[in-house]
Design a protein around this ligand. Structure first.
Ligand code: ADP
Ligand code: GLC
Length: 479
């Protein structure tokens, strides 16, 4: 039995701010249970719902030297959906209302977590063969593992994988403060190790010290080896090319299943969607205060509101798009104040045509995936993207920019061959995006048969975890 420990900052159903939590929460369930014992460790945040916190079992506690003094490390455990989850407890660090807070404090919280993950291992009945680290929050795990912990005979057999979910976030700060905080030795803070552009860089440390590096789509692998997408680490990623690959994310097909989803108004499947899916649209329009009209094309957006997601393009042409009566928008998201205000403004100017829901809601997200006709995701960059996979699963055709995982998962409509599962455009240009929206509208209104055939193809696409979990198994075996 191979033993794998996932370490991450978020994981469904306990705590989620984006796709990272979906991946860490669902992928472990899809490994061959006879051969792989995959467990997960995250911090024990106070914002984890009480229904989970009250079920956690105490495992152990001890004190660990970190940032100038001995600090409490508690370990708790919970079996959920057949997976063992561990939680690192320290109320000083993890009692905020959200998992992330001020950047410097986050660096301290997650370096503590990284060192604690390694320190708790001897007290668990689980000696992992591989620690699979996710994003910059856990970038120091491979660094501690191959340096400070290497002298202890318990650790050298453990391999580390670093998965990059988003290269933009690297966890950087000035070297002196990080050295003092983490207790890592001087020799690590050089440009061939943790230093990048005169700062200490957690993700870089993880990339340098991991035995293998992965990211979440094949196109993103190639993109981040170029200066435009490489966030100043492109040369390092080139240098690691022989131990670096892309494995596409999947989604949990049990959680996102239009035929069996209690969060939506009307269940449907590939056979009856022509009659049933529209009931979701009508109910959604009425819930959100949009003009109720079965015929009007409804475009959904569910997203963190950051510049990554292409909102600058939407800002540029939204008024032009809304001048005709042929489309409506249902928007759900939170994030940068600027984009939140932008959607509130559009909603005020175009009542009945656009509904701006500036909040986080699992239920509404499912209702938008199910009730919309198309899903707009014009990202500037997108390591993988899960929202477009959810949209496809609910027969809601994605309109995307051809970047990262969007390019790998949405096949553009080809009217000559009658193939494809959505619409796409290449350049980061507002009018190019609008042309794709207009093209989608034209197919929706003038070629309804074709549109429905595309919906059926989209729903039948398989982006469940099965294929990708097999690729991770092969990678684990090779290490
Ligand atoms: P990212 O991780 O970059 O935010 P992904 O497409 O990989 O993008 O994943 C986003 C996930 O977060 C999806 O599960 C999406 O449904 C969810 N999500 C984003 N914003 C919200 C929101 N406001 N309410 C509910 N779910 C949201
Ligand atoms: C990141 C990326 C997103 C990806 C997700 C899960 O948040 O922005 O593209 O799908 O991680 O890997």
């Amino acid at each position: 039995m191979k033993k794998i420990l996932f370490a991450a900052s978020e994981c469904v159903p306990f705590v989620k701010t984006g796709g990272l939590a979906d991946v860490v929460g669902s992928l472990p369930q899809y490994f061959d249970k006879e051969q792989y014992d995959v467990r997960v460790v995250i911090p024990k945040y106070l914002c984890i719902p009480d229904k989970y916190r009250s079920q956690m079992e105490y495992v152990n506690h001890f004190y660990m030297y970190f940032n100038g003094r001995n600090r409490y490390v508690g370990v708790l455990k919970l079996e959920y959906a057949g997976i063992t989850y561990y939680f690192v407890d320290n109320e000083e660090y993890y009692s905020g209302p959200t998992p992330y807070s001020d950047h410097f404090y986050d660096l301290e919280k997650f370096s503590f977590f990284s060192k604690a993950v390694l320190s708790i291992l001897p007290s668990l009945d689980f000696h992992p063969d591989i620690i699979h680290c996710h994003d910059w929050h856990t970038g120091l795990i491979p660094v501690y593992l191959k340096n400070e912990f290497a002298a202890d005979p318990f650790y050298p057999s453990i391999k580390a994988i670093m998965t990059i979910h988003n290269l933009r976030f690297q966890g950087t700060w000035n070297i002196e403060d990080i050295k003092h905080m983490t207790g890592l030795p001087d020799y690590l803070f050089t440009p061939d190790k943790l230093e990048a552009y005169k700062d200490a860089n957690f993700l870089k440390g993880g990339i340098v010290y991991a035995d293998y590096v992965t990211t979440v789509s094949e196109t993103y692998v190639e993109e981040i080896k170029t200066p435009f997408f490489g966030e100043k680490l492109d040369k390092l990623l080139w240098a690691r090319s022989n131990c670096f690959c892309g494995i596409l994310n999947g989604i949990d097909y049990r959680e996102y299943d239009p035929a069996n989803d209690d969060k939506i108004y009307q269940k449907f499947d590939t056979k009856n969607f022509r009659k049933e899916k529209v009931k979701n649209k009508i109910a959604l329009q009425s819930e959100l205060g949009l003009e109720v009209s079965a015929k009007t094309m409804l475009i959904g957006i569910v997203s963190r509101m950051t510049d990554q997601k292409g909102f600058d393009l939407i800002e540029r042409v939204m008024e032009e798009m809304l001048c005709s009566d042929s489309i409506q928008f249902a928007v759900l998201g939170t994030g940068d104040w600027h984009y939140e205000e932008m959607f509130r403004r559009f909603a005020a100017h175009f009542p009945g045509k656009i509904s701006a829901n500036i909040c986080y809601s699992e239920q509404l997200s499912h209702r938008i995936y199910a009730g919309s006709d198309a899903f707009l995701m014009p990202s500037l960059f997108e390591p993988c993207g899960l929202s477009q996979l959810m949209a496809l699963r609910y027969g809601t055709l994605p309109i995307v920019r051809e970047t990262g995982g969007l390019k790998d998962t949405v096949e553009p409509y080809n009217e000559f061959a009658n193939t494809g599962t959505g619409f796409s455009f290449a350049n980061y240009n507002a009018h190019e995006m609008m042309a794709s929206v207009r093209y989608a509208e034209q197919v929706y209104y003038d070629g309804k048969r074709r549109w429905n055939q595309m919906v059926e193809r989209a729903m039948k696409k398989d982006f469940s975890w099965e294929t990708s979990a097999k690729k991770y198994e092969t990678l684990y075996d090779s290490l």
